[in-house]
Design a protein around this ligand. Structure first.
Ligand SMILES: [Zn+2]
Length: 445
């Protein structure tokens, strides 16, 4: 039997089907899983290590369902073009220039830093979407190396697109396939591959056909931006006489394993299509506000039975702020202060937990015996009583302002009393700054 850890003296929010708040609770961890949960001292066995929560909140680790790790080196970068007037300008003048400059060292460090941020913010699983057109081959394996260093539970994919020519498009297909196969053969409960697509408006029918064939051969789902801007719909209607989701559905790309990020400019028929195919929509409210692309109608989607989750779209490794923004954005656009609260929890907890549990083939998002030991202990002392019924209020308006005290992934303690156990973060940040400076120089920023 491997080392047994007793995480004691916490306010334990178990979540799961029969959620409980245990005022002075303990969680016993062994072999990467949860062995027992109960009042402190209730487990009779002997632990090899004791970790004290000191009365802080113990809960399942958080999940981020749409992330771009490679966006790290954009922070503080001078504009590469004129002030953007449209979302397409932002893509063309920032992201599609930055991604072309990335080499394998940049990819490694730009992946490592937001993962450190995630650990400090209690996020233990991340679903990444990557682009580096001049360093495609091996890029996902480089990201995986960073994830193994932390180690975080991670899925990644390469965003296939025609925008850099057909050779790079094909290289992207091969990278997705090679990485997904590798994950399946190695540690599928910790690392997974999806089939990345940029968006329908940068993929021809012939490219989508090749992606559909390659993706179904390996049996993986797609991870694609859908109707993030109105331009995606306009392009597909003009060139293919089809709306975005109809076109992807016609290639067999929608389904329960597929992530459709954003889905802002979708019509009623497309919402029905998302529900019918059980596709997973990922909402990214802070990014949507930042890019001025609009607000996804997540409340209508949920009412129609669409599965909806939450991502940060490269804004941050900390997913907690996104959850609070869900309700704020819905209230702002509907002018109704009564909406969005419950949905914040539905997206971050129900949606994200359901999708990632299936993707990794483990039980995530609950502190119950048999679930994997992905745990966040937040430095949160509640100013008012915490109950199962008001837990979401504490999370959205209190926990989000704290940092993690301890973070555990797959039974391994990655953050202990606020100190990272596997990475020298000062050194990692210094190396990243050096690489970012060189990258900016190459880009002429
Ligand atoms: Zn995105």
């Amino acid at each position: 039997m491997s080392e047994v850890i007793r995480l004691k003296n916490g306010v334990v929010a178990t979540m799961g089907k029969n959620p409980q708040i245990i005022e002075n609770g303990e969680v016993i961890i062994s072999e990467g899983k949860i062995l027992a949960v109960g009042p402190s001292g209730s487990w009779q066995g002997k632990a090899d290590e004791e970790l004290d929560a000191e009365g802080r909140l113990v809960m399942p680790g958080l999940i981020n369902s749409h992330m771009h790790l490679y966006s790290t080196f954009a922070r503080g970068m001078a504009p590469l073009g004129p002030t953007p007037k449209t979302f397409t300008d932002i893509l063309e003048n920032l992201w599609w220039k930055l991604d072309k400059g990335l080499n394998q060292d940049d990819i490694y460090y730009s992946a490592l830093l937001p993962m450190i941020q995630a650990v400090r913010a209690g996020a233990t699983t991340m679903l990444d979407h990557h682009a580096s057109p001049h360093a495609v081959t091996g890029s996902l394996f480089t990201i995986a190396k960073a994830a193994e260093k932390v180690p975080l539970r991670l899925a990644t994919c390469y965003e296939v697109s025609d925008r850099d020519g057909l050779d790079i498009m094909k290289e992207g297909i091969n990278e997705n396939v090679a990485f997904a196969k590798h994950c399946r053969e190695t540690t599928p409960t910790m690392m997974q591959g999806l089939f990345g697509l940029h968006a329908a408006f940068t993929l021809s029918d012939s490219s989508l056909e090749q992606c559909a064939e390659a993706g179904s051969d390996v049996g993986i789902g797609y991870h694609v931006h859908c109707a993030e801007g109105q331009a995606d719909q306009d392009y597909n209607l003009t060139h293919y006489n089809k709306r975005v989701l109809r076109r992807l559905a016609d290639f067999g790309m929608l389904g329960s394993k597929t992530i459709c990020a954003h889905c802002i400019h979708v019509d009623h028929e497309e919402i029905e299509l998302l529900a019918e195919t059980k596709s997973f929509v990922v909402h990214n409210p802070q990014s949507n506000m930042n890019n001025a692309v609009g607000a996804a109608r997540i409340i209508q989607m949920l009412e129609h039975g669409v599965r909806v989750g939450l991502g940060s779209d490269g804004m941050s490794g900390d997913i907690r702020q996104e959850a609070t923004t869900v309700s704020m954005l819905q209230r702002l656009v509907t002018k109704d202060p009564g909406v969005g609260f419950i949905e914040s929890g539905t997206l971050l907890f129900d949606g994200n937990i359901d999708f990632s549990s299936k993707l990794f083939g483990v039980t995530l998002g609950e502190l119950t015996p048999g679930a994997v030991a992905d745990i966040a202990v937040f430095d949160y002392l509640a100013p008012t009583p915490i109950t199962v019924n008001n837990f979401l209020g504490h999370f959205l308006f209190g926990v989000r302002y704290t940092t993690a005290k301890h973070t555990i992934v797959n039974g391994k303690v990655l953050l202990k009393d606020g100190q990272l156990t596997t990475i020298d973060e000062v050194e990692a940040h210094a190396k990243a700054r050096e690489l970012a400076k060189a990258l900016w120089k190459r880009l002429g920023a």
